[in-house]
Design a protein around this ligand. Structure first.
Ligand code: PLP
Length: 374
């Protein structure tokens, strides 16, 4: 398998991730910048990304699931980092020992979860760290208003636990003028006023750009680390991290009136040259890019014509330099000419989905990330 030449090559620039981390970390100083590495570091590879960030002195990580936290703890131990790992998804009663054994901090999402953790801590005779996630309007995870009221009225429910962070999440931070941002900020401040004094965190990648009042003590940088634009209506301040190249498998000339691909959805109005590339929706190159996306060949744009199928896509390469259009040559599907935000816009989705969909068949190459990445 590893000996066979790949049909797609995914290159991840770990130094670019580190530079993006430093850019954000310096921007928010003296506030702490944590790294969100859920979903295998947004599809780019937790085992490679997390050590690079740890070497760049990232001291806090967020994952979504317990299993991700367990995997990350092993990776960080090997990298000689004892950074804090928060698990956003909350706590189930039967998971408590695993949280403790792996020094994971559960983000508790309601009174019941707090009770589970407090009981566990008291039985152990040891205040173990936890975070409280407060719902301020997203209605997804976190203490509902009624649970917050009860906790504020009965602070003894926190006795025995080590409360180390109170967090909430913004629903509309990528729209700077959206009224939800201020509304959630107000609710978060009100919640903090009613709880014991504690470090707080509200902003993710886009929230960091809403103003200093959104920063509190810790920000949670996710997509921006991986090159996604945290300010979607302004130029992207982040560096591109990912390149995806697909191999041309066959080249053909088609006549006017011919069609291409399943459903015959594209009909040629003039003679064209077509290149078939060995990347498809099974590789996470979304089917919604059918007749919409494009590739770059020698700096020339080659539009996707016809449907993206499971293993293949077809490009109109009529305008591309002929010497670059041959079987075995690679075309750029994501890269300097085609950022993840561009691909996402063409696919009718967000860069998060483009990244996390990147499939298992690509050969993955990592550049940078060396121990002394100064
Ligand atoms: C995914 C997630 C983040 C990171 O969001 P980005 O927009 O990728 O920076 C932060 N906080 C929570 C609660 C999340 O679920």
């Amino acid at each position: 398998m590893s000996e066979a030449p790949p049909a797609g090559v995914l290159t991840v620039d770990l130094d670019a991730i580190v530079r993006n981390f430093r850019l954000l970390a310096e921007r928010v100083l003296p506030v702490d910048c944590a790294a969100v590495v859920k979903a295998d570091a947004y599809g780019l590879g937790l085992a490679e990304v997390a050590p690079a960030l740890a070497r760049a002195e990232c001291r806090s990580f967020f994952v979504a699931q317990l299993a991700e936290g367990v995997a990350l703890r092993k990776i960080l131990r090997r990298a000689k980092s004892n950074a804090t790992i928060y698990v956003l998804g909350g706590l189930m009663e039967n998971e408590r020992a695993l949280f403790e054994a792996n020094a994971l901090v559960p983000c508790l999402n309601d009174l019941g979860q707090l009770e589970h953790w407090a009981t566990f801590c008291r039985a152990r005779g040891q205040p173990l760290p936890c975070a409280l996630q407060i719902d301020t309007g997203m209605n997804r995870l976190g203490f509902p208003a009624a649970d917050l009221d009860r906790l504020a009225a009965e602070p003894k429910r926190l006795v025995g636990v080590d409360l180390c962070l109170i967090l909430s999440h913004l629903a509309c931070s990528d729209e700077a003028d959206h009224p939800m941002n201020r509304r959630q900020l107000g609710r978060f401040r009100a919640a903090l006023d009613r709880l014991p004094h504690c470090r707080a965190s509200l902003a993710a990648s886009s929230g960091m750009f809403l103003g200093r009042e959104f920063l509190f003590n810790t920000v949670r940088a996710g997509v921006a680390l991986y090159g996604g634009n945290p300010t979607p209506n302004a130029p992207n301040p982040m560096e591109q991290v990912v390149q995806l190249q697909g191999k041309i498998l066959q080249v053909r000339d088609v006549d006017r009136g011919e069609t291409v691909g399943y459903g015959a959805t594209h009909r040629f109005t003039r003679p064209c040259r077509i290149a078939t590339v060995g990347v498809g929706y099974a590789d996470g190159f979304l089917r919604s890019l059918s007749n919409r996306g494009s590739a770059a060949i020698g700096g020339v744009t080659a539009p996707i014509v016809g449907r993206v199928s499971m293993d293949l896509l077809t490009l109109d390469v009529s305008a591309a330099p002929p010497e670059l259009v041959r079987p075995g040559a690679m075309v750029e599907l994501i890269g300097p000419n085609r950022g993840i935000d561009d691909v996402a816009a063409e696919a009718g989705t967000i860069p998060y989905e483009i990244l996390t969909a990147l499939g298992p068949r690509y050969e993955r190459r990592y550049t940078g990330g060396a121990a002394s990445s100064e």
